[in-house]
Design a protein around this ligand. Structure first.
Ligand code: NAD
Length: 465
């Protein structure tokens, strides 16, 4: 660890010197770097798929669609828009003849932590705005996805010099050693628990933070909707990556008299999507990342059952794969309703009055995402206006994250700050307000604010009326 700390210091100092060179790069130079990254990612596509299969048993399609495509699309989006985002923005000035401009400058030295559930995407997606905004960076991949972590080192080292972007692999020891360094900005994706520690450590150096955390994302289904049509959207969002998705529907609220139909339809979806001749088709369902998380999920299930829950589908475990599971009759006191599930277990709760649903949601920390299924705009408006969440999707799940013109992030316990698209560029930039004053002598009122003040107070008071 002594050696790692010394190396961290060395790279940090190197980047400290080099940040000024990177800061003055133009849009074309930054885009060129991002394009180089894109070429390398595409060249490494088979290795990326292989690494994620090793770490999470992730289906190749899901690797391509959710780990790689989002990174490639974001690079393309930056290539189209970065030049315009970097332009100073002129705003009206109160001083006649003067010019007021907002100039985006890089924050400087940034630190990016990735979580293990999308270990590739969560490392590279924030790197794009960091580079686009002209920063130098140190990346810390998740140690719980070791194959992806070591491949990321290979990709970064091929594209960037360590004076601009460097990667440090390792566990909590490396993660906490990094926090001792006076970075200008820390971008963290992970649990709310560790997020608090990051914010506390950032306080020592007054570093700004982006915290992309988790939470219990609820789904609310209005009784008017056609369940047959919407269930595939909810179920695919729940069981993709075996529910190990920060935005996955955590639990569902359905009108009491629709419970049975909803459960039956989810069961049919599970059969259709994950089983062949009664056997689990392992190629399309990710593994639970490790034994510890498998035991955590088993513990949540056992606790729910002990408090009255019925397992309607699933519940079995095979080869670190947790079968897509549906629960009914779940007590609100069960642990599964207190903490983020982060696995393929779906509690289906019922309501008779939407007010009760609103009260339950508002009694918990604000979630990262909230999903409403309704054709009735007044129901949608009422649910949106009486709740809060990082983001929301109406009549689908997860999708707001894929919309580059919307900010993505949490609120309070589900996170602080946002990214993707221009919001990421702003997150990694400092918006510097610059006033270009008029020449001396061109404004007859200029000396009004200079001493002596005799006789001026009355005029000033008069002006405020
Ligand atoms: P985690 O908090 O355990 O780890 C995240 C990162 O923090 C890792 O790189 C880890 O090495 C590092 N870390 C661990 N302990 C640390 C410490 N004491 N000090 C500093 N760094 C430390 O999270 P995880 O288990 O990898 O990820 C799961 C969580 O992440 C879930 O809660 C999920 O909802 C959330 N998540 C959020 C998003 C989002 O975009 N909002 C995306 C994915 C996952």
């Amino acid at each position: 660890m002594v050696d790692v700390k010394a190396k961290l210091q060395e790279v940090f100092q190197l980047q400290k010197m080099h940040q000024h060179v990177i800061k003055i790069t133009c849009a074309e130079e930054r885009i060129e770097k991002l394009q180089k990254l894109k070429v390398e990612i595409l060249a490494q596509a088979p290795a990326i798929i292989e690494a994620l299969q090793q770490d999470l048993g992730k289906p190749a399609f899901e690797v391509a669609s959710s780990e790689m495509l989002s990174v490639i699309s974001e690079i393309d989006y930056y290539a189209e828009n970065l030049k315009q985002w970097m332009e100073p923005v002129e705003v009206p000035s109160r001083n006649e003849g003067a010019q007021a401009k907002i100039i985006s400058e890089p924050k400087g030295q940034c630190l990016i932590y990735s979580a293990w559930n999308y270990p590739f995407m969560l490392l590279f997606l924030p790197l794009i705005p960091a580079i686009g905004a002209g920063n130098v960076c140190i990346l810390k991949p998740s140690e719980m996805a070791p194959a992806t972590s070591s491949l990321s080192v290979k990709i970064i080292n091929k594209v960037f010099d360590e004076s601009e972007v460097a990667v440090f692999e390792g566990g909590v020891d490396v993660a906490t050693a990094l926090l001792e360094l006076p970075f200008n900005h820390i971008f963290f994706t992970g649990s709310t628990h560790v997020g608090r520690e990051i914010m506390q450590a950032a306080g020592k150096h007054l570093a700004s933070v982006t915290l992309e955390l988790g939470g219990k994302c609820p789904v609310i289904i209005d009784e008017q909707v056609d369940l047959e049509k919407i269930v595939p959207r909810i179920a695919s969002g729940k069981y993709t990556n075996a529910g190990q998705v920060c935005l996955a529907p955590d639990h569902v609220y359905v009108k009491e008299n629709q419970l049975e139909e909803f459960v039956r339809l989810v069961g049919e979806y599970i059969q259709r999507s994950y089983f062949e001749n009664g056997e689990l088709t392992k190629t399309d369902l990710s593994k639970i990342v490790n034994e510890r998380n498998l035991q955590r999920l088993e513990g949540l299930l056992e606790d729910a059952i002990s408090k009255g829950a019925n397992v309607r589908y699933g519940g079995e475990i095979e080869d670190r794969r947790f079968y897509p599971t549906v629960l009914t009759d779940v007590s609100l006191d069960a642990k599964i309703m207190q903490e983020e599930i982060f696995g393929p277990i779906l509690p289906v709760l019922t309501y008779t009055d939407l007010e009760d649903v609103i009260n339950q949601i508002n009694a918990r920390p604000k979630p990262l995402g909230l999903y409403i299924f309704s054709e009735d705009q007044s129901v949608v408006n009422s649910l949106l206006s009486q709740t809060s969440s990082g983001g929301a999707t109406v009549n689908d799940v997860l999708r707001h994250m894929l919309e580059p013109n919307l900010p993505f992030g949490g609120v309070n316990e589900s996170g602080i700050g946002r990214y993707t698209g221009i919001f990421g560029f702003k997150e990694f930039s400092h918006e510097r307000g610059v006033l270009y004053q008029t020449p001396v002598g061109s404004n007859p009122l200029e000396t009004f604010a200079h001493a002596p003040y005799k006789g001026k107070l009355e005029m000033l008071m008069q002006r405020m009326k």
